[in-house]
Design a binder for this molecule. Structure first.
Ligand code: AKB
Length: 314
């Protein structure tokens, strides 16, 4: 990766991935784009307003900046997708199709995140394997499975260097996620610090895989830098680092804030989605094919999240 384009850089992953990549590859070599102005991303490197649904504009940015690697981070997440499935399909698949085509025409590598949402109620629940039944029941999941297949197709048919990981819920303290089922695991830390209590929309006993942002960012770079000869899979790798329920994360927060209280006001859409997803993924293939190894667990992450949020809220 020498000249990188990030599409959808204003979101939860993009806002931190831009900074992370700029530190590694140099500010001038990482072009951040989003459908909206993002002053923070424009402050230390190239930024352009780009509608990912406009393939001509995307191709023009790629050509002007001599891009060799594209990160397509445009996504309407699982819960918001259920409110407007047609729009979710249009945005998620439109951005992917344009990224694939621009990558094919301009000889770029392409990273597009998939998700635990690519699995569904018929997938094995515990230690969900890399290659297994994938029949998601959300439009988001259907986009992710289609995206994985289409990305593999572009690799097999046109030789495009497409790669991807199936992200768990990502927990971070820079940009809040929006419209996801796993968002509770971010909100809970902010509410614990600000108000000492949190009302959770996901049932207390539902396990989902989660990952701390530093591990998620490292996974993107390590996969894109991996020797292609080692990759048996491409789109998309299971990665895992921790799996917990709302009750378990609340108990971890209480180690730092003993008076922290949590109650529940269940969102039926989020309940159905959360219950349809795996409890935990098996990430053996990512470990074997490109050396994936998480560095953060729930305990370490909770200490860090609370410290960062506390210092910022002072
Ligand atoms: C969501 O909850 O929709 C996302 C995801 C797991 O892909 N965070």
């Amino acid at each position: 990766m020498k000249h990188i384009l990030i599409v959808g850089a204003g979101g939860q992953i993009g806002s931190e991935l831009t900074t992370y990549l700029r530190k590694i590859y140099g500010n001038a070599n990482v072009v951040a784009t989003d459908v909206r102005e993002c002053k923070n991303l424009a402050a230390d490197g190239p930024f352009e307003v780009l509608d990912a649904l406009n393939a001509t504009s995307m191709a023009s940015v790629v050509a002007r900046h001599n891009i060799d690697t594209i990160f397509n981070l445009v996504a309407l997440l699982s819960a918001v997708g259920e409110r407007n499935p047609q729009m979710a399909w249009g945005v998620n698949m439109g951005a992917l199709m344009n990224s694939l085509e621009v990558a094919r025409q301009h000889h770029c590598a392409l990273f597009t995140p998939s998700s635990i949402g690519a699995f569904g109620p018929t997938s094995p629940k515990d230690g969900t394997p890399q290659d297994t039944i994938m029949q998601p029941t959300t439009v988001y999941g259907i986009c992710k499975v289609t995206g994985e297949l289409l990305s593999n197709y572009y690799h097999l048919k046109y030789g495009v260097d497409t790669r991807s990981v199936r992200f768990p819920g990502i927990i971070s303290n820079v940009t809040q996620p929006g419209g996801g089922t796993t968002d509770y695991a971010v909100e809970i830390y902010y509410e614990a610090v600000r108000n000492g209590k949190y009302t959770c929309a996901v049932p207390s006993d539902v396990y989902m895989d989660m990952i701390y942002m530093p591990d998620a960012l490292r996974a993107c770079v390590e996969l894109m830098e991996a020797d292609p000869r080692q990759l048996i899979h491409r789109n998309s790798f299971n990665i895992a680092s921790m799996s917990f329920t709302p009750e378990i994360i609340a108990a971890e927060i209480r180690k730092h804030i003993p008076e922290f209280e949590m109650d529940y006001y269940i969102d039926p859409v989020k309940r159905e989605i959360a219950e349809s997803w795996p409890n935990s993924l098996d990430d053996t293939c990512a470990r074997q094919e490109w050396g994936w190894k998480p560095e953060w667990d729930l305990e370490k992450m909770t200490t860090d999240m609370l410290n960062v949020i506390r210092s910022r809220e002072k």
